[in-house]
Design a protein around this ligand. Structure first.
Ligand code: SIN
Length: 533
C-alpha cells in the first residue's frame, strides 16, 4: 500500500455553503464493539491507515452476558451439530453455506481473541467451562467472569486496539460515494462536520433496539448503520426479524436500556413460571424453557395476554453460588431490589437483537464496492429469521476479521480517493418518544396488518431535518430503520422466526425467502423477494 497522506492530515474546504474539515484514511471503521475492533485490528495489522469512529464508549458487546458459542477441537461437539442447531433456530432462512463457513472458523477466531488477551472461565485448569442456552443441543458456550463475557471481550480488544487511531465523539453522518464505489464518510465531531476520504468503510454500528421503548441495548443502538446503508443506496435484508430476548428485567413503567437476565440461567436450571407459579413453556416445544428464543418470547407474550399480568418470573433459586456464577445479573437484581436466591426474578421479553441488517457476503462485502458491514448491523445469512443464542459474538469475531482483511485488500487496490458531500444533508425524522411508542405498540413480539398500517401512518408524519447533532442524527436513523422494519413486517404475511403475525399465525412455506428493502426517493421501500435456500 502506498501511503496517500497522514490520517491526521487536516484541512478545510467549502461545500454547499458550509466549510467542512477533511482528513484521509485507507480504512474507516464505524463502531468499537467486537466486530469493529476486530476489523480495525485486522486492517491495521496489514499496515493500513485505519481511523475508527466512535460516537459513544458503551457498546452492546460490553453488555453481552451468556458467552460465545464455539465448537472446541477434540470435544464431543461438532461443527455439523452447531450448524444444525443454528439452522433449526433460523426458521428456514439461514444460508447453510454461510452458517457452516462462520461456525467452522469460530475456534480460530476465539484463539486470536485469546492471543489478544481474553481469558475465559475454566472448568478445570486448561479446560474451558461450557454452558448451554436456548436452541443448543450441546453445552458449547464459553464464558468469562461468570456472566460478564462481553465485558471481557471488550477489555481484551480495547487493550489490543490501544495504539489505533480511535476518534471518540465522532458521529458518521453519511457514507460518501461516487457512481460505483465508496469515497469516504461525512462525520460530525466537536469541530462540526467534515470528511474522512477513504476507499474502504466498514459499518460495525451494532443494533437498533432503541426503535422500541425498552431494550437490552445500550443507548447508541439507534439503527445508524441500517440508515447509513439505505441512504447510500445499499439494501438491507430480513430486517423484520427483531429478536425479543425472553428475559429482560421487568420494573413497572421502566424504559430505555433495561438489564438482560441471561439465558444461561435457564441453561443452569432456572425455570419460567407465571404469577401463579405455572410453567410458561409446558407443551410449547420439546426443549421447554430452552427452546429457541422466538418460541420462548412468544410463549411469554401469549401467557401475559391470557393472564393480563405485566410480567412472568424466572425462578433461579435452585442455582448454587448464584452471585459468583452470575455476578452481572446479581448486581442488576440487587439494584432493582430483587434477591434471586430468595424470590423469582420478574421478567418480560425485550427488544434485543436485529437478525437482519445490511446485506453482505461472509466477508462483510455489501453490493457497493468499498462498503463493508460486520456484526449485528450486517445480515450475512447466518441468523435467518431468528438468531441462536451466543452466535452474535461468534459472528462478530469471524466476520469482523474477514471484513477488516477484505477492506484492507480493497483499499490497497483502490489507492487514493476524493469524496464530495452534497449540500442537502436532510433526512426525515420523527420525535423519538412518538416513534418508540408506535413501534412498541404495533411492531413488537406480535404484529398484525392493522397495527402495522397505523405505524406506517405515524412514521409518515416525519419531517426533514439536518443532522446537526448526535441526537438529531440518531432520530433520523431511528426513523429510517423503523420505516424499514414496518415495510418488511407488513410484506411478510406469515409467522416465522421472531416475526409473529397475529393475523397470519402460521408459517407459509411459500414465503421461505428474504425480504429486501432499499431507499426509494429517500424512503425505505420493498425491493425484491429473493429465495435464499
Ligand atoms: C444471553 O446471555 O442470554 C444473551 C446472549 C445472546 O444474546 O446471545
Amino acid at each position: 500500500m502506498t501511503p496517500t497522506g497522514s490520517a491526521r492530515e487536516s484541512g478545510r474546504f467549502a461545500c454547499g455553503g458550509s466549510t467542512l474539515w477533511q482528513q484521509r484514511a485507507d480504512v474507516v471503521v464505524v463502531g468499537t464493539g467486537v466486530a469493529g475492533l476486530v476489523a480495525a485490528l485486522a486492517a491495521h495489522r496489514r499496515g493500513l491507515r485505519v481511523v475508527v469512529l466512535s460516537k459513544a464508549r458503551e457498546t452492546a458487546t460490553f453488555h453481552a452476558q451468556g458467552g460465545i458459542a464455539v465448537v472446541l477441537p477434540d470435544s464431543e461437539d461438532s461443527v455439523e451439530a452447531h450448524v444444525a442447531d443454528t439452522i433449526a433456530a433460523g426458521g428456514g432462512l439461514c444460508d447453510p453455506a454461510v452458517v457452516r463457513s462462520i461456525v467452522a472458523d469460530g475456534y480460530d477466531a476465539v484463539a486470536d481473541l485469546v492471543a489478544d488477551g481474553a481469558q475465559f472461565d475454566e472448568a478445570t485448569p486448561g479446560r474451558w467451562a461450557l454452558t448451554r442456552e436456548g436452541g443448543h443441543t450441546r453445552r458449547r458456550i464459553i464464558h468469562a467472569g461468570g456472566d460478564a463475557t462481553g465485558a471481557e471481550v471488550q477489555r481484551a480488544l480495547d487493550g489490543a486496539a490501544a495504539g489505533l487511531d480511535i476518534r471518540r465523539n465522532h458521529v458518521a453522518l453519511e457514507i460518501l460515494r461516487d457512481d460505483t464505489a465508496v469515497t469516504g464518510v461525512l462525520v460530525l465531531n466537536e469541530d462540526g462536520a467534515g470528511i474522512v476520504h477513504a476507499p474502504s468503510v466498514i459499518l460495525a454500528t451494532g443494533g437498533l433496539g432503541h426503535v422500541y421503548a425498552a431494550t437490552t441495548n445500550p443507548g447508541g443502538s439507534t439503527g445508524d448503520g441500517i440508515a447509513l446503508a439505505l441512504w447510500a443506496g445499499v439494501p438491507v435484508r430480513d430486517i423484520e426479524f427483531v429478536q425479543f430476548h425472553p428475559t429482560m428485567l421487568y420494573a413497572a413503567g421502566s424504559g430505555g436500556r433495561r438489564p438482560l437476565i441471561t439465558e444461561a440461567l435457564r441453561g443452569e436450571g432456572a425455570v419460567l413460571v407465571d404469577a401463579h407459579g405455572d410453567p410458561v413453556t409446558d407443551g410449547v416445544h420439546p426443549m421447554g424453557d430452552l427452546a429457541p428464543r422466538d418460541v420462548v418470547a412468544a410463549a411469554i407474550d401469549a401467557r401475559l395476554s391470557a393472564t393480563g399480568d405485566p410480567c412472568v418470573y424466572l425462578d433461579a433459586r435452585g442455582i448454587a453460588q448464584f452471585s459468583t456464577r452470575f455476578p452481572t445479573v446479581a448486581a442488576a437484581c440487587a439494584e432493582a431490589g430483587v434477591d434471586p436466591t430468595r424470590q423469582p426474578i420478574p421478567v418480560v421479553p425485550g427488544a434485543h437483537y436485529s437478525c437482519g441488517g445490511v446485506a453482505t457476503d461472509v466477508h462483510g462485502r455489501t453490493e457497493l464496492s468499498g462498503l463493508f458491514a460486520a456484526g449485528e448491523v450486517a445480515r450475512t445469512g447466518m441468523h435467518g429469521a431468528n438468531r441462536l443464542a451466543s452466535n452474535s459474538l461468534l459472528e462478530g469475531l469471524v466476520v469482523g476479521g474477514r471484513a477488516g482483511r477484505a477492506a484492507a485488500e480493497h483499499a490497497s487496490a483502490a489507492g487514493s480517493v476524493r469524496a464530495h458531500a452534497s449540500a442537502d444533508r436532510r433526512h426525515d425524522s420523527l420525535d423519538r418518544d412518538t416513534l418508540q411508542r408506535a413501534m412498541s405498540e404495533h411492531a413488537s413480539v406480535v404484529r398484525d396488518a392493522d397495527g402495522l398500517r397505523r405505524l406506517d401512518d405515524v412514521l409518515a408524519d416525519a419531517s426533514a431535518i439536518e443532522p446537526t447533532s448526535r441526537r438529531r442524527f440518531e432520530d433520523a436513523a431511528l426513523t429510517a430503520t423503523a420505516r424499514a422494519i414496518a415495510v418488511a413486517a407488513l410484506a411478510r404475511t406469515e409467522s416465522r422466526g421472531c416475526h409473529h403475525r397475529g393475523d397470519h399465525p402460521e408459517t407459509d412455506p411459500a414465503q421461505e425467502f428474504s425480504v429486501t428493502i432499499r431507499a426509494v426517493a429517500g424512503r425505505p421501500a420493498l425491493d425484491t423477494a429473493t429465495a435464499v435456500c
